[in-house]
Design a protein around this ligand. Structure first.
Ligand code: BES
Ligand code: MN
Ligand code: ZN
Length: 491
């Protein structure tokens, strides 16, 4: 995607489309009003015709507007002017890019109203994220149909801080590209996106961005005593991998942020087999891993001045003659024994050993992302990611990062009362508690392995992908994680 900044006369810019806003009071933004003036009222008449109400996220595409050089004008509803802010801007921008997706437009002009540098930079960054994210197409096993966005011109009338706006474009690009890598990894079928494929993707990233990449094989995992991870992998013919990516962009010796992603490349449930309906969507059970690999791309593109370690335990959860049985007891790398009562609660098993492995990096904090529980979808739907943390400050930091990135997350409770369900007559911990509060007890299970550092867990079961007609990975929570890391790096 090409980005540029232009000034001058909006109506005279050559482009496939100019995007301008309308409030629900029918009031036009300054950019919309300028096009209305040159077109002798074409915009106002489209609005008063009732074809667009100005409702937030509504759109209307106009062709060949008199006096406007661009081939099309896309009107976007901005909602009420009084409540128009960052969040509304993001929703309007997303709606605009979505509307353009089904057109032949490849180059678009986005006017950025002059305001404070901070406001302009926010809008430019979010628009860049939106443009790149909207240009994502799955093409690995299907022909591309339609056209894909190629360029975005930000139209800025008057003075602006060029350095800040260019930096905002760069940030937006890095977040968008990170998201698209995450989407691609999620959307690839489980016979392609295998543990070995994730490992080779990580190795490619390491080459591109000078990360250190280490991939532990089954033998090494055995030596380390990663038996809970291995117990999940046992029913699969594909070997498990444990991927480590290290970015040393910070001060030498500074404690790193450790990112951990659940990388189940397909979750059948194992012997506790899942029902057939929609089981294909369990290819997305590596989206935690995918989002960590994706955000490492963002980190690499931005060369963030921060030490970051990414850990991805990855394998399949399959039934089979050698698969783990409900009732099996395994000894985790931490030394705690685990009674596996349900082989479908496998994510927490692979994470347990990864969280123990994280200790060796003496982390500043550890953040994991996992499509961990169906209960998360019941609790927060497909809108908000659930966050759990043993450290209130870290939890709040992640929620705040999600708010600025427009990648919403919500802090949920944990604690002793919830932990009480995790009792086994035969092992230190069972891998499931009762049905009630399933996402919370899953977090409590993980907490048993995170005593040595500050830790937060993100359950992205509801937000990592869309089902139905729009089936596809969302690229979340890359924006949240990127903002979290960018804030920490001070960029
Ligand atoms: N990967 C699933 C969670 C999941 C299910 C995410 C549906 C998104 C949509 C996870 O491994 C799982 O199967 N969890 C079980 C846990 C249960 C056995 C305690 C679940 O949520 O049913
Ligand atoms: Mn499962
Ligand atoms: Zn799973």
């Amino acid at each position: 995607m090409e980005f540029s900044i232009k000034g001058g006369e909006l109506s005279k810019l050559k482009a496939g489309c100019v995007v301008v806003g309308v409030f629900d009071s029918k009031k036009l933004t300054a950019a919309a009003a300028s096009l209305d003036a040159v077109s002798k009222g074409a915009i106002k008449s489209a609005v008063s015709s009732g074809d667009i109400t100005g409702k937030l996220g509504s759109t209307l595409l106009l062709h060949s507007v008199n006096g406007v050089v661009a081939e099309r004008v896309l009107l976007v509803g901005l909602g009420s002017e009084a409540s128009y802010g960052d969040s509304a801007y993001c929703r309007a921008a997303t709606a605009a890019f979505k509307a353009l997706k089904s057109t032949g437009v490849t180059d678009v002009v986005i006017p950025v109203a002059s305001a404070t540098t901070k406001e302009m930079a926010f809008k430019v960054e979010q628009s860049a994220v939106g443009a790149i994210s909207a240009a994502y197409r799955y093409t690995a096993t299907k022909k591309l149909d339609g056209k894909v966005g190629k360029s975005v011109t930000f139209f800025i009338n008057g003075k602006y801080d060029e350095k800040a706006i260019k930096a905002a474009i760069k940030h937006g690009e890095a977040i968008g590209e990170g998201m698209n890598l995450t989407k691609m990894l999620g959307d690839l079928p489980p016979n392609i996106a295998t543990p070995a494929f994730l490992a080779s993707t990580a190795k490619d990233l390491a080459k591109d961005y000078k990360f250190k990449c280490t991939v532990l094989e089954k033998k090494e995992m055995e030596k380390l005593g990663m038996n809970t991870l291995l117990s999940v992998s046992k029913g699969s013919y594909l070997p498990p991998k444990f991927i480590v990516l290290e970015h040393n962009g910070g001060k030498k010796g500074a404690a790193p942020v450790v990112l951990v992603g659940k990388g189940i490349t397909f979750d059948t449930g194992g012997i506790s087999l899942k029902p057939a309906s929609e089981m294909d969507e369990m290819k997305y059970d590596m989206c935690g891993a995918g989002s960590m690999i994706g955000v490492m791309k963002t980190v690499g593109m931005l060369k963030l001045p921060l030490n970051i370690v990414m850990l991805v335990p990855t394998c399949e959860n399959m039934p089979g003659g050698n698969a783990t049985r409900p009732g099996d007891i395994v000894k985790s790398m931490s030394g705690q024994t685990i009674e596996i009562l349900n082989t479908d609660a496998e994510g927490r098993l692979i994470l347990a050993d990864a969280l123990t492995y994280a200790e060796r990096f003496k982390p500043d904090c550890v953040v994991d992302a996992a499509t961990l529980t169906g209960a998360m979808v019941v609790a927060l739907g497909h809108v908000t990611t659930g966050i759990f943390s043993s450290d209130d400050k870290l939890g709040a930091e992640l929620v705040a990062a999600g708010n600025t990135a427009h990648d919403k997350a919500w802090l949920l409770p944990m604690g002793e009362e919830y932990d009480e369900g995790l009792k086994s007559n035969f092992a230190d911990i069972p891998n499931i508690a009762g049905r009630a509060g399933g996402s919370i007890t899953a977090a409590c299970f993980l907490a048993r392995f995170t005593g040595k550092y500050k830790w937060a867990h993100m359950d992205i079961a509801g937000t990592a992908w869309n089902s139905g007609k729009e089936k596809g990975a969302t690229g979340r929570p890359v924006p949240l994680l990127a903002k979290f890391l960018m804030n920490r790096a001070g960029v």
